[in-house]
Design a binder for this molecule. Structure first.
Ligand SMILES: [Zn+2]
Length: 305
């Protein structure tokens, strides 16, 4: 997210979009996706979050709760009803945007479950990486490294680092049914915003390449519909980013080197509320190209080398 508590998304190219009946997204209701997986939609729709953040429940007799969502008592009530008195083994967090992690604290108070998952942003070490979109109060009981697991009755979740959308992003794999919870790394309605300084396009593309090597059966993203053809979907996302990079290089070749002008030409008809996010994504591409020695910046304008 770059602005006021939203998640970071931009419209996908038509070829990659899928149809999404809004009736499939009732706020606050428990939707069973498969025997081990259910979801509850939080009441935080926006141009950045689509219908809102989807909190996933994994397990039957004891539960993992993935991405508790925004700090909203209505969502806490909906989750408490969905949990229905069952023990919560762990509250897992993919990343610390404010539409994903803040309710962890209230849910922990209500259930006694540990908060496990991504690392907090190391603000003191890394400088001003975090903007208003980040949850600065996130305090996990346990940080999951690459391959670390959390298990309950009949389920095991494995942490997979997927930086790019944020530097601390994790996906969680449900090994038992080959389902993956990609958080905001892959979304079922739009492309993910990758906005510097914390967002990193090279890391993001490396995370997508890592996902391409897996044989997950289905993705359950935090925003949008489930993705039934994960590898094909991720391949289209990689293609989309390559296409954007090509557009940027062509604009630079024509002497269009200032980000606002580039966004105007690249994102025709964009919702004005999403312009800052689009500018962030273009900057992420430019930073990546600069590191690869393809472009340079002088006085706010970018040029191809
Ligand atoms: Zn996010």
């Amino acid at each position: 997210m770059t602005m006021g508590g939203a998640s970071q998304t931009l419209p996908m190219p038509a070829s990659a979009a899928i149809s999404l009946p809004m009736s499939d997204f009732p706020t606050g209701e428990l939707i069973q996706l498969e025997p081990l997986v259910a979801r509850v939609l939080a009441p935080n729709p926006s141009p950045y979050t689509f219908t809102g953040t989807q909190t996933h429940l994994v397990g039957t007799t004891d539960l993992a709760i993935i991405d508790p969502g925004p700090d909203d008592p209505r969502h806490l009530g909906a989750l408490t009803a969905a949990i229905a008195g069952r023990p919560v083994t762990a509250i897992l967090v993919t990343h610390t945007h404010r539409d994903h992690s803040p309710l962890a604290r209230a849910l922990q108070a209500a259930t006694g479950a540990p908060i496990v998952g991504c690392a907090p942003l190391a603000l003191d070490d890394l400088g001003p990486r975090a903007d208003a979109a980040f949850d600065r109060n996130y305090a996990p009981d346990r940080i999951l490294g690459d391959g670390a697991q959390v298990a309950g009755a009949g389920w095991t979740l494995t942490a997979i680092p997927t930086p790019g959308h944020t530097s601390n992003h994790l996906a969680f794999a449900l090994e038992d049914t080959k389902a993956l919870f990609p958080g905001d790394t892959v979304m079922g309605w739009s492309t993910t915003v990758v906005s510097p300084p914390d967002g990193d396009m090279a890391d993001y593309l490396a995370s997508l390449a890592k996902l391409m090597l897996r044989d997950d059966r289905v993705y359950y993203p935090a925003h949008g519909e489930a993705i039934a053809t994960p590898r094909r979907f991720v391949r289209s996302l990689i293609g989309h980013r390559k296409q954007r990079e090509g557009q940027i290089l062509r604009l630079l070749a024509r002497g269009v080197g200032e980000i606002p002008a580039m966004v105007e030409q690249m994102y025709v008809g964009l919702d004005p509320r999403l312009v800052p996010a689009a500018q962030g994504s273009v900057l992420a591409h430019l930073v990546d190209l600069e590191r690869r020695g393809r472009v340079r910046q002088e006085g706010g304008a970018w040029t191809a080398i």
